[in-house]
Design a protein around this ligand. Structure first.
Ligand SMILES: NC(=O)c1ccc[n+]([C@@H]2O[C@H](COP(=O)([O-])OP(=O)(O)OC[C@H]3O[C@@H](n4cnc5c(N)ncnc54)[C@H](OP(=O)(O)O)[C@@H]3O)[C@@H](O)[C@H]2O)c1
Length: 274
């Protein structure tokens, strides 16, 4: 397998930048071609022109036709069609097109890049910005094992990678891990509010809520052999304060609320991909 890949990054916004940062840190790329009319973010300027070539518009990109192993599509879904249509003539026929756009089906990319084109659709999440994301990917039938491994390498530079066979699962994946960071941040807000109600100063309550989530997540990461249930039980002495709290949390239909939460996001993801 080729160790150092040539990659074209189409869209260098929040998610594109996070990935680019990861590739540069992991030194897994040979050449990088970045297309983004918004300009090359300051932090990457030291990498141009070598190993990074920057293109300000699709015109110069298609004129140059940079030959890459993978073309990573990281633009907003709203402009996806326009961008794909514009760059399609420049994309090498034996390359992989890897999209991270929410709700854009593999068939959309096949329609732009040709029916025999190798396409991977992946759903990362925002902790990718610090290398702690998780991406779930699905490939069409034209992606071979080597290309799959190359795509895993690319996605692993910003966190963990999981593959699924069934593209329909990406709606539930989007609902759980794609949107999930927002639920955790909301939990921080809600805990801080509850702390205020219990008499804590707002700033202090927020500090406690935030660090509790950070510390608990770090603990779960440090002890992967322990299930979430065991980690919870480790905080819970029978008849103690945590037990009193969990008697409320676990009986007040918290699971039902989360079921509804994930269901709503899954349904919305399905609607958006129609
Ligand atoms: N952020 C997330 O949590 C997340 C999670 C999973 C998946 N995603 C997916 O990742 C994709 C990118 O999201 P994002 O949050 O990174 O968005 P973003 O920050 O807006 O980045 C998109 C970038 O593409 C640029 N762009 C606009 N027109 C272009 C063109 N013709 N060619 C190349 N680049 C162009 C934008 O420039 P302008 O600013 O000038 O328009 C912007 O810099 C989306 O499809 C989203 O669904 C995001």
């Amino acid at each position: 397998m080729k160790q150092h890949l040539d990659i074209a990054l189409i869209g260098c916004g929040k998610m594109g930048s996070a990935m680019l940062r990861g590739w540069l840190a992991a030194r897994i790329v040979n050449r990088i071609y970045v297309l983004d009319p918004a300009g090359l973010p300051e932090e990457f300027k030291e990498y141009a022109p070598n190993p990074l070539t920057y293109f300000k518009d699709t015109g110069s990109f298609t004129e140059e036709k940079p030959q890459a192993d993978l073309y990573i599509i990281a633009v907003k879904p709203q402009i996806m069609n326009e961008v794909c249509r514009a760059i399609a003539p420049a994309v090498s026929k034996n390359a992989v097109v890897l999209s991270i756009a929410a709700g854009q089906k593999i068939s959309v990319f096949e329609s732009f890049f040709g029916a025999g084109c190798a396409v991977i659709r992946a759903m990362p999440n925002t902790p990718a910005a610090i290398g702690k994301g998780i991406s779930v990917a699905v490939a069409n039938g034209f992606v071979n094992e080597i290309q799959k491994e190359q795509a895993s390498t690319i996605l692993r530079s910003v966190g963990q990678v999981a593959w699924v066979e069934d593209e329909d699962l990406l709606d539930a994946v989007t609902a759980l891990s794609g949107s999930g960071p927002a639920y955790v941040f909301y939990l921080i807000e809600a805990l801080a509010k509850a702390g205020e109600k219990a008499g804590l100063d707002p700033g202090f309550s927020m500090k406690l809520a935030r660090q509790t989530i950070i510390g608990s997540a770090a603990l779960a990461e440090a002890q992967p052999e322990l299930s979430a249930a065991v980690l919870r039980e480790n905080v819970t002495s029978p008849g103690g304060t945590t037990q009193a709290a969990l008697d409320i949390l676990m009986s007040e239909k918290f699971q039902d609320i989360l079921n509804e939460t994930i269901k709503a996001a899954t349904t919305r993801s399905r609607e958006l991909s129609q």
